[in-house]
Design a protein around this ligand. Structure first.
Ligand code: GRF
Length: 215
């Protein structure tokens, strides 16, 4: 058996996606070498400690600018020599230097069917627009915010009586299902980024990546 792929997970908050990644790590063929947060009170840090995973806090407020914060992040991350950096609710915009340092080795999860609804408050905006479909995307991170190549999406139908919380709850179920799956694909070498595109089993993926229906 080969060594599991080492990943470092970056969080800022609750860490429910981190929990899903922890729960699926042995079957997924990856191991979480460390969890980093920019917030000392992020609940996800407790989840990590409970699972026996090393944690680090790098508080962005202690740095004069984004670049110096990111330099420290890189130092902390590289100390664990990961093959993949996994953003799981990490609420900081990353500098070009950071993204280039880990080019093709950073994944993010975003609660919309990218390229639609980049940015925040996606559930609210989807409801306001009267969309019939919503969902979640896992994508490689590039310098364009929420703009890197999509790997995997899960479509969540919007129901007539949905409010923000009911819709978010169904999206979260899908987040927790598809993120460990995408990370395990990367770990096994099936998923790659080349020339700003995502490839699965050698096939270049389209704008929506691989798409699944949740229902
Ligand atoms: C999720 O909605 C994720 O898609 C977004 O941030 C949120 C993180 O939630 N990037 P959690 O901390 O994993 O519970």
């Amino acid at each position: 058996m080969s060594e599991p792929c080492a990943i470092v997970v970056l969080i800022s908050g609750n860490g429910s996606n981190l929990q899903a990644l922890i729960d699926h790590s042995s079957e997924g063929g990856y191991s979480i070498a460390a969890v980093l947060s920019n917030k000392a009170d992020a609940y996800g840090l407790q989840r990590a400690r409970q699972a026996g995973i090393p944690t680090r806090v790098v508080d962005h407020r202690e740095f004069k600018d984004r670049e110096s914060f990111d330099e420290r992040l890189v130092q902390e991350i590289d100390a664990f020599a990961p093959s993949l950096v996994v953003l799981a609710g990490f609420m900081r915009i990353l500098s070009s230097a950071f993204v280039q340092h880990y080019s093709g080795k950073i994944l993010n999860i975003h609660p919309s069917l990218l390229p639609a609804y980049r940015g925040t408050q996606t559930h609210e905006r989807v409801l306001e627009a009267g969309e019939k479909e919503h969902g979640v995307s896992v994508h490689f991170v590039t310098e364009e915010l929420d703009g890197g190549p999509v790997v995997l999406q899960s479509v969540v139908p919007v129901q007539a009586d949905d409010d923000r919380d009911s819709l978010a709850a169904r999206v979260f179920v899908q987040e927790h299902r598809i993120y460990p799956k995408a990370v395990s694909w990367f770990a096994s070498g099936r998923l790659k980024m080349q020339d700003q595109a995502a490839f699965f089993d050698g096939t270049r993926l389209g704008v929506h990546g691989l798409r699944e229906n949740s229902a």
